[in-house]
Design a binder for this molecule. Structure first.
Ligand SMILES: Nc1ncnc2c1ncn2[C@@H]1O[C@H](COP(=O)(O)OP(=O)(O)OP(=O)(O)O)[C@@H](O)[C@H]1O
Ligand SMILES: [Mg+2]
Length: 296
């Protein structure tokens, strides 16, 4: 499909602000497809993932309206925006999970290390194994802590014998920074862990299949502050080896762990840029309103 380039915004920030001030919701400056100014640095010098004009429709209703964005190597990018903005849908496009939904159409292109993941011939199910996913609520398998990691290794054919399996399980837990915490209770049921421990186990499980990118959809939303802080620390450490896309409702959490932030509103990428700048001096008035807590 035709490649879209993001030229200069169709309106200056001041013009958009004027439109917002003059109009009610019925005069949303983004109401028409032509009025979709994204501002900020959507390109990355070292892209791991590149999305071009990504659009998603559910039963004909467009909920992602042309997102063009690079995600760089070894960066944590947070995706923020109001409820229903399309954050989870965007995330689910990156591992082709969105296609599992009924009446769903995806348009546009997503490249992982230069390879078009929606190209004919790419099998969605096997592709998903290359991308780790962590969900809002911890969802460990109802098996032992050990099995939660070992299972992925086995089904992806990454181990050939029991001793190789246990060595790799240890390696995964070490990489996740959880070996000291879990090594003495590897065969305890995962469901006996606290919610925070279960979520950290789910992150380790996502690492087991050696993914290239890890997608996290509000991984701390069901956790207390202390458990959330441990997840944030884990994300920061994993950045050395992985590219992480983090959807977060907590602006504070996004500000703490991400290097770049993308603001999505009503299915459109409004602004993307370095996190510190987005949270202090956003360029777009809609980002400003969202960050200040004034608007949805
Ligand atoms: N499988 C689906 N079928 C139909 N509509 C869907 C489906 N999944 C999401 N939607 C719709 O797409 C829009 C975007 O949803 P999405 O879950 O991506 O938003 P979100 O930004 O993640 O919201 P939240 O912050 O509440 O999680 C919403 O209007 C939602 O109702
Ligand atoms: Mg969501």
């Amino acid at each position: 499909m035709a490649q879209r380039t993001l030229g200069p915004p169709l309106f200056s920030g001041a013009e958009v602000a004027q439109k917002i001030l003059r109009g009610g919701p019925e005069q949303d400056p983004f109401a028409s497809d032509q009025l979709a100014p994204s501002v900020g640095e959507w390109r990355s010098p070292k892209p791991r993932v590149r999305c071009e004009d990504l659009r998603v429709r559910f039963a004909g209703r467009e909920v992602l309206k042309g997102v063009t964005l690079d995600i760089g190597r070894n960066e944590v990018i947070s995706v923020i925006g109001p409820s229903g903005a399309g954050k989870s849908t965007f995330l689910r496009c990156l591992n082709r999970m969105v296609e599992a939904s009924e009446h769903c159409e995806v348009q546009g292109r997503v490249f992982l290390d230069g390879e078009d993941i929606y190209a004919p011939g790419v099998d969605a199910v096997s592709f998903r194994g290359r991308i780790g996913m962590v969900f809002p609520k911890p969802n460990p398998y109802p098996k032992s802590i050990y099995e939660n990691v070992a299972y992925g290794l086995r089904i992806h054919g990454l181990v050939s014998c029991k001793s190789e399996e246990s060595s790799l399980v240890e390696l995964v837990f070490r990489q996740a920074g959880l070996w000291r915490e879990f090594s003495r209770r590897l065969f305890a049921p995962a469901l006996s862990l606290t919610a925070g421990e279960q979520q950290r186990l789910c992150i380790a499980r996502a690492l087991a299949v050696n993914p290239e990118v890890i997608l996290m959809d509000e991984p701390c939303s069901s956790l207390d502050l202390g458990s959330g802080a441990k997840i944030e620390q884990m994300i920061d450490e994993l950045r050395q080896a992985y590219t992480i896309v983090l959807v977060s409702h907590s602006l504070k959490s996004a500000a703490r762990v991400s290097q770049r932030t993308a603001f999505i509103r009503q299915g459109r990428l409004v602004e993307v840029g370095p996190t510190d700048r987005m949270f202090t001096t956003p360029s777009h008035p809609l980002t400003d309103r969202f960050i200040s807590g004034c608007s949805e």
